[in-house]
Structure formats: C-alpha cells, structure tokens
Design a protein around this ligand. Structure first.
Ligand code: FES
Length: 316
C-alpha cells in the first residue's frame, strides 16, 4: 500500500497484504452504527414500496399508483445502497502495487546491442541487394533495347532520300532481263530495277519502278521533261506517295496508274499527278534514254525522294 502520493508504484517486492488496521480500510463516518440503522430504514422503505407495487399490480390499481409505489421503492433501495457504499465501505484511496514489468538493465542492454548489430547487418545486406537489383534492372533495360531496335528492322540508311538509280543504270525486270526498245508494245507495263539490284530485297523496296509504254512516239509529261520518255516509254517510281504501296495497276484506256491500296490514280501523260485518292503528290518520274544498242537506261537518278513524302506533304 502507498500513502496516496504519485510515486513509482513498481517494485520488485511482492505486493503487500492489506491490513485490517490500515486507516484506508476504515469507514468514512465516526458512528457507523447509526448510519447503518439509517441505511436499514431506507432499505425497509424501499422494500415496502416494492411490496406495495406488487400488490397494486395484482389488484390492478391505477397506473399512477403503480408508478409512485415502484418509484419510491427503487428510490429508497438505491439511496440505501449508495449510502452503504459511501459511508460504510473502506474509503481508500487504494492503489495496487505491481511487479516491475521491465527487464533487468543487463538484459535491456544486451537486447539493444543485438538489435543494433542486426540492424546494421540488415542495412548492409539491403544495400547489396539493392545494388544487385539495380544492376539487374539496368542490364535488363539495355538487353531489352536490342530486340526492340531489331524489331524495327534494318536501318533505313539513305533509302529515305536516295535510290540505286544512277546515270546510265540499265533497266532490267525482276529476272534481270534488260529492257530493250522492243520489249513492250504500246499499253505494256513491267516493273524494272537498276541492273544489279533486281535481286536485292532491300534495294527492290525503294528502286522498284513501273515502266509503261504509252505509245511509240516520245512522250512529254511535263515542261522540262521533253526527252524523259523516249518512244513512249515512261517510268515512274512504283512506291505510292500516299503510304508506299506498289502502284502496280495500269488502266490502259485512261492511261492511269492505280494504287490498289486506297485507289489513288496517277495519269502517266502529265507527270503522274494524282487524279483521285489520298496520294498527296505525283509519282517521281525517272528520266530515260535508249542507248546505242536499243536498251533503256536512266538518264539520271530520281530528282526527289520516292515513296510517302513526309518531307513534302503539301506538294500536289
Ligand atoms: S498507298 Fe496508294 S493510295 Fe494509299
């Protein structure tokens, strides 16, 4: 037991047993006998009230009689009970001593040291694991770039702006046969490549050129192209300027090259200006000449990039 002051109540000693002579165990009043009698009187009155309530209930008295009798009975019983607790019970204050709950100082220091040591180990390991994880992710990121780049296909190099057509390039078909002035009749069409590149898939993609024999006489498709189409042989890039599909269809009556993808139409007589469809610009024309042996050759490379003209969207 303590004397009521707030002091450290923990102790390593077993809690003391309360003595009957402890001042805190005494009643709060000087004459407990008299208080006991008063409380007894309240109890009796309470009992009487509850008894009257029982009788009134059996006799089916008025509701107010039930209420008053029950109320008085509970009041006196409650008052007596409260007075009993207040005046006749030991007054305290009471505080219960308890055992010390903490560990001994040596144990606490040992655990602290162990925690510090383990924490240090954990952090060191985490640094190592974090480093390994970062390294792994970094290498994975680098490795992942290779298939990503590879899936984009070979680098375009200069093919976006240049083809393998050169001054004097011999026109050959897909089988490598040179195109002679007698190869096509008017209305005839063939896909040609610069000799030496007809089997190269990469080159085929950009070099493919559609050769049409429109007539037997020279054809002037535009001002300044007076000798580009000798004996009616006219050559245009086969790459559609819309999305790069091969413009492989020829409508002989209307003299139109037609792209099968979105039906862009190019008239061969006037520089392959699009007459219909989404193609934004004409097909580039390859200037031709017929050599001394009667074979068709390129006067010069294309004078502009072939295919979809991202660099020249507004040109019509
Ligand atoms: S690719 Fe030729 S019209 Fe679209």
């Amino acid at each position: 037991m303590s004397d009521g002051h707030h002091e450290d109540m923990t102790t390593d000693e077993p809690p003391p047993v309360a003595s009957i002579d402890d001042p805190h165990m005494r009643e709060a009043v000087g004459n407990p006998r008299r208080v006991e009698n008063a409380i007894a009187l309240n109890m009796v009155l309470g009992i009487a009230g509850v008894a009257v309530f029982g009788a009134a209930y059996v006799q089916n008295w008025k509701p107010w009689a039930l209420g008053v009798s029950l109320g008085l009975g509970l009041f006196f019983l409650g008052f007596g009970l409260s007075a009993w607790g207040k005046y006749l019970m030991p007054q305290g204050p009471f505080s219960e001593a308890r055992h010390a709950l903490h560990s001994a100082k040596a144990e606490r220091e040992a655990i602290s040291a162990a925690l510090v040591e383990r924490t240090g180990v954990v952090i060191r390991r985490r640094k190592m694991l974090g480093g390994l994880l970062g390294t792994g992710l970094g290498i994975f990121g680098i490795v992942a770039v290779f298939p990503l780049l590879r899936s984009l296909g070979p680098l375009p190099g200069l093919t976006l702006t240049k083809t393998n057509w050169r001054r004097g390039s011999l026109l050959v078909d897909a089988d490598g046969r040179a195109i002679h002035r007698d190869t096509l009749d008017p209305g005839g069409i063939v896909t040609v490549f610069p000799a030496g590149y007809e089997s190269d898939i990469q080159s085929q993609a950009v070099d493919q050129t559609v050769l049409v024999r429109a007539q037997t006489t020279d054809l002037v498709t535009e001002n300044g192209r007076g000798n580009w189409a000798p004996e009616g042989y006219v050559a245009y890039s086969k790459l559609c300027t819309h999305a790069g599909c091969p413009v492989g269809l020829y409508e002989r009556q209307l003299r139109l090259l037609v792209c099968p993808c979105h039906q862009s139409m190019f008239r061969i007589d006037d520089g392959a200006v699009p007459e219909f469809g989404p193609a934004p610009r004409p097909l580039p024309q390859l200037p031709l000449y017929i050599d001394s042996l009667g074979f068709l050759r390129a006067q010069a490379p294309y004078d502009q990039p072939v295919g979809p003209g991202y660099w020249e969207r507004t040109t019509t």
